[in-house]
Design a binder for this molecule. Structure first.
Ligand SMILES: Cc1ncc(COP(=O)(O)O)c(C=O)c1O
Length: 408
């Protein structure tokens, strides 16, 4: 039955003003909103071609690369996984995917859509995969790609890239790195670390709207694309033809989300104005304060080893007797703060607090800790009064003052 809609009842769009301390999307700087609201031009307009040039210059800076193929895909982060895997794998190939959470597992799932043989090398949630396990899994085999998530958002775990590059070199494999949750928040040098394909998402530490997946491809991976025996199993994500538009010819491939490109350009201008290293340090210092705060409140983290913790996403264990959803709903309703719950096997067991890009700021860390204390007390969890905020303030006193400021 067709539902009758009273046109008067659909009001003007007025979303609540949330503080998105989630693992993405993150809240955005006002300058990014302003860029989104600027006039549309055509995707082949000469002026827009200049805007594309700027976007690629900024992307190369943020990825720390000179790769020719460097562009924002018109897709969310999952599109970056899809493009990386589909462009490299074909019949007869073997892939090793390091799986330590939902998103690294997604890479294995997407790889399993190709005719290649896929081996998963796994680690439990809260830990990175051991590169030795990958070395063992690949021994004596011809491995085409090794894939991993630099930041595994589902567990708040950081994987060190260099040991995997070494294994990939020994096996003659390309290294594919999912930097959706880490780019612009955690140190990453695509060229220096010899990463063959690296992709990200715009909605995380870059703090632009969701919907684009920046990607960069090394000359070695480009050569692999050129020598494929079969067609890429996707027209949309075939990076060689997509580069007809993002390469020097600027030929029509598909109509890109022009307003999102404006917003991404502005968000990246903010990254570069702040300086990548300063931004990495800001993320590090704010997470240290958050961790000090939650631990002082008697909560534990999923990633036990501090070196494994991802600066952009902190996974906090939910204490016994406390209901996941009740706490998150109260944070949202009473404080306008959104955090995320766990996914997969850790659903209901962890909260994930994102301090990404614009959201990685001292006032937000302190507000969150105060709000969490109030909510936990209401739920009957005894928290030493002001302990979280106090420990975070103490942690900030150890940091250089310029590292804790606002995002610009
Ligand atoms: C590490 C990682 N990879 C891939 C994705 C998928 O990105 P999207 O949801 O934008 O498709 C996410 C999303 O959270 C992620 O955190």
């Amino acid at each position: 039955m067709t539902q009758h809609i009273d046109r008067q009842s659909i009001g003007e769009l007025a979303p609540p003003n949330r503080l998105m301390l989630t693992p993405g999307p993150s809240s955005m700087d006002p300058r990014v909103y302003r860029a989104l609201a600027t006039p549309l031009v055509g995707h082949l307009d000469p002026w827009f071609k200049g805007c594309m040039d700027d976007t690629q210059v900024l992307l190369r800076q943020i990825f720390q690369t000179e790769n020719r193929i460097t562009m924002p895909l018109s897709a969310s982060g999952s599109g970056g996984i899809e493009a990386s895997v589909l462009n490299t794998l074909e019949e007869g190939d073997e892939a090793i995917i390091c799986v330590n959470g939902v998103f690294s597992d997604r890479m294995a799932v997407i790889a399993s859509h190709t005719p290649a043989k896929v081996t998963k090398v796994e680690a439990p949630y809260g830990k990175p995969v051991d590169p030795e396990d990958v070395r063992r899994a690949g021994k004596g085999k011809k491995i085409k790609i090794i894939g991993l998530a630099h930041g595994e958002t589902s567990s708040g775990v950081l994987t060190q890239i260099d040991p995997f590059r070494k294994v990939a070199d020994e096996l003659g494999a390309l290294l594919i790195v999912d930097a959706v949750a880490s780019l612009a928040g955690v140190p990453l040098h695509v060229d220096r670390q010899h990463i063959d394909i690296c992709f990200s998402g715009t909605q995380k530490a870059i703090s632009a709207p969701p919907g684009m997946s920046p990607i960069t491809v090394s000359p070695r991976a480009e050569e692999v694309f050129r020598t494929r025996k079969s067609k890429v199993q996707s027209w949309y994500f075939d990076l060689s033809t997509a580069m007809n538009y993002w390469g020097k010819d600027r030929l029509y491939h598909h109509t890109p989300p022009i307003s999102l490109i404006y917003a991404l350009r502005e968000a990246m201008r903010l990254v570069v104005e702040e300086g990548l290293e300063a931004r990495w340090e800001r993320h590090r210092v704010n997470q240290l304060a958050l961790v000090a705060g939650v631990e002082a409140m008697g909560l534990e983290l999923l990633a036990k080893n501090p070196a494994d913790r991802l600066a952009t996403v902190t996974a906090v264990m939910i204490p016994d007797g406390i209901d996941d959803v009740t706490v998150r709903s109260q944070l949202l309703e009473e404080f306008n703060i959104e955090i995320a719950g766990g996914l997969g096997p850790v659903k209901g067991k962890i909260w994930r607090v994102g301090l990404m890009g614009y959201c990685s700021q001292k006032p937000y860390v302190l507000l969150f800790l105060a709000a969490l204390e109030k909510v936990l007390l209401d739920q009957g969890f005894r928290v030493p009064s002001g302990a979280g905020v106090g420990a975070a303030i103490h942690s900030y006193t150890q940091a250089r003052p310029e590292a804790v400021g606002v995002s610009r």
